[in-house]
Every structure is written in C-alpha cells, then in structure tokens.
Design a protein around this ligand. Structure first.
Ligand SMILES: Cc1ncc(COP(=O)(O)O)c(C=O)c1O
Length: 401
C-alpha cells in the first residue's frame, strides 16, 4: 500500500526543546541517567502549584463548573486578568479585550493564523521561542529574525530590526523577559521598537509570560509604554502560577485607536471553532490571580540563588561564556569551540548528552543564525542537582580541549 500523503505545512514543523528528548530517551534505554535541563517547567522540579489554586480546581469540579465555558473565556477570569495587568504591569485592559487560551501556545497559533497569509513576514527576536517560527511557517509565512546582541546582554539591535521591515511584514514580536536568552529589555529599547512599529503601522505582539520572574532589573510591559501602537499581549499561568500542565493562558488587545478590531474579531471566531478552554481550570485561574501572591516572591528568591550559581559555574569553565540572565529561568551560554572541535551546537549538545547524560537544547533550534554556537539550559533544579550537572559539563569540557 502507498504511504498516506501528509501536508507540506506539517512537515516543516520543529520544536527543538522537545525534539531533543528523542535522543535522551534512546540513551536512557541503555541505562544512562539523564539530567533533563531542556524544558522550562518549574513544576517538574521542586516548585509546586500553590495549595489555594489546587483547592480552587477541586472545588470548581465539585461544585459543578463542568460545562462548556464561553469561547472567549469566563467573564470572572477575564476581569481578574484586567486587574492583574493593572496591578503588575500598570496597564488598562477591559475584560472584553481579553481572550482566554489553552496556554500561550494556543494564543501564538491563533494570532499567527489571523495575521499571516502565504508569503507574509513576521519579525521575531533572534534567537526566539521556537513555536513563533513554526507557526509562522505553518501558515505559509516567513519568520524573519532580527538580531539580539549577546555583548549587549541580548538586547535587540534596533537598526537591524528596522532594516528587516519590508512591504510584507505583518507584525513585530518581542519576548520580554526573553526565552532563551534571559534578557529583560531596557525601557528605551521597548520604546524604540514601539516607535518603529508605529512608523510602519505594524502591531506589536508582546510575549510577557515571564513578567513576574525578574531579578535585578525593572520590567516594562509594551502596552505600558505604547502610546498609539496596537499591542497584542500574550501571557499565561504556566510559569508565575506554576500551572504548566493545566494549560491556561490569555491574549489581550491594547489598542487605543481601534486598529485591532478586525484581528480581534477573527481571533474570536477562531476561539469559537475550538469551543472553549477547560472550565474548572479557568475557575482555578481566578483563584490564582485573586488569591495570595507570596509564592512568586519566594520562587524568584530561590531562582535567583540558582541563577547566580549556574551563571558563575558556567563562566568558570574553560571554553564557555555566559551572560547573566536578568529574568526567566534559562542560561544561554556560548560554546567557544563550536565550529572547530564540534561542527555544530547540535553536535556539541548530543555529544555532551551521550557522555554525561546532561540534556541541553542546541542554540540553533532557537534560530539558526543568532542562536548558533550556544546551548540553552534551565536553572530550575535544586543547587545539588545543578552542581552535579555542572561538574559533569566541566569534566566533559576538560576532556575535550
Ligand atoms: C516565551 C514563551 N512563550 C510561551 C510559552 C508557552 O507557554 P504556555 O505554557 O502558556 O503555552 C513559553 C514556554 O516555555 C515561553 O517560554
């Protein structure tokens, strides 16, 4: 029998962060212990969903919140999100300008579906969170990355961004705080990006999932600095509220001049064809935003210690250099001998995995140009596990001089 034909669209999809697990699983079959430093899931380590959020989920099910919800989301959750955005990011978002999604991931898919036609371009930070690349391609578009500069702590190169705008550009994505680099963008930089977007009449898609996981620097939400540039905000509950597996996120439209009306209506239609987001989880989302918030400070404090340790250790290893992450929970070190000792960052990551069991993600999986020569790791594990993993990396680098 002939193979069933698959679409071109799907064959282009990649997700480096999870694709590398295939190699780790094969190795695990040989008895090798794997230290998974590839996925940004705090709940997989020693951070747990706060008890009041768990109780709210159980209570929601018990009390009968088990039917479909409105496609745009529960009104009380949309309202709680407006209040959270006011409290945390000092922006005014009316509940009717919020759409609840099954994680930001679904939000990325919905926005790209509504913005990108075949041949259209979308500007992404390079390196970037991979689904932005994959969804742009999925809808026949062309992801174009603008440089973020390692020497400048991975801040965007504004001139490069401007040069890459063409007649086909449909929007500018910023990820702030950034995955994979850990940068928190300067206020001036966010304003410059907004100015350019305004000049060319482009919307800014601002992914702010790590807005509450910042260390020394102050974070500025794009919508907080935007005068008249239309902003689609993407945010969610996975990281700060430790609800990764529950799949809850949201989109909001910050649009003083009503230029996102049509886009919003299209996304609402998309929301209707997938019915709704999990109803009891939305109830728990209300409890997460309106209940105690002190777990966030506690988490950031524990992460700060782990960040300091991982960053220091990496820089002490010969052949590795790493900028200090300012937000989120990733390190994105440069491996100096990629291009000589190892042909590619993928080859480095696979050899490191094979010899030590430590699983990083190859940097080119976040962008073949600006991510190359690097790997991404998480500093989520407790210090003793980080210590063991980094001892292994150090030994590997000594052996492979
Ligand atoms: C920048 C960024 N956006 C979105 C997501 C996905 O978030 P969610 O769990 O809400 O789908 C992640 C997850 O790592 C991320 O790093």
């Amino acid at each position: 029998m002939k193979n069933i034909k698959i679409t071109q669209r799907v064959s282009s999809i990649e997700y480096a962060i999870r694709d590398v697990i295939v190699h780790a699983r094969q190795l695990a079959k040989t008895g090798k212990k794997i230290c998974f430093l590839n996925i940004g899931d705090p709940v997989a380590f020693d951070f747990d969903t706060p008890p009041h959020i768990k109780v709210a989920l159980a209570k929601a099910v018990e009390e009968g919140a088990n039917s479909y919800a409105p496609s745009e989301g529960l009104p009380e959750l949309r309202q709680a999100i407006g209040q959270k955005e006011k409290r945390v990011n000092k922006i005014d978002i009316a509940p009717e300008n919020v759409i609840i999604t099954s994680g930001i991931s679904e939000g990325i898919q919905m926005v790209m579906a509504a913005l990108i036609d075949v041949g259209d371009e979308i500007l992404l930070p390079g390196p970037t969170y991979p689904p932005y690349i994959s969804y742009a391609k999925f809808f026949g578009g062309k992801p174009i990355t603008y440089e973020t500069v390692e020497e400048n702590y991975w801040q965007p190169n504004i001139d490069d961004l401007r040069e890459k705008i063409s007649g086909k550009t449909r929007g500018v994505v910023i990820i702030n705080p950034n995955n994979p680099c850990g940068a928190v963008y300067e206020e001036k930089t966010v304003k410059q990006i907004l100015d350019i977007a305004g000049e060319y009449g482009l919307p800014v898609l601002s992914d702010e999932i790590y807005d509450q996981i910042i260390y020394e620097k102050k974070f500025f939400s794009a919508a907080n600095l935007a005068e008249d540039v239309p902003i689609v905000g993407l945010n969610g509950f996975s990281k700060a509220y430790l609800m990764t597996g529950w799949r809850l996120g949201y989109l909001y439209f910050h649009d003083k001049e009503n230029r996102l009306q049509e886009l919003k209506q299209c996304i609402e239609k998309e929301a209707r064809i997938r019915l709704c987001v999990n109803t009891p989880v939305q109830k728990a989302g209300v409890a997460a935003l309106n209940g105690p918030q002190d777990h966030i400070e506690d988490m950031v404090e524990r992460l700060r210690q782990r960040r300091d340790y991982a960053w220091k250790r990496l820089n002490e290893i010969d052949g590795i250099s790493c900028k200090r992450p300012e937000g989120a929970f990733y390190v994105f070190p440069r491996i100096n001998a990629v291009g000589s000792l190892w042909k590619t960052d993928m080859e480095f990551a696979l050899e490191l995995l094979k010899e030590t069991g430590v699983l990083f993600v190859h940097g080119s999986g976040f962008d073949p140009t600006y991510g190359a020569g690097h790997v991404r790791g998480v500093f989520l594990p407790p210090l003793e596990i980080l210590e063991q993993a980094l001892d292994e990396v150090e030994l590997f680098m000594k052996k492979n001089k």
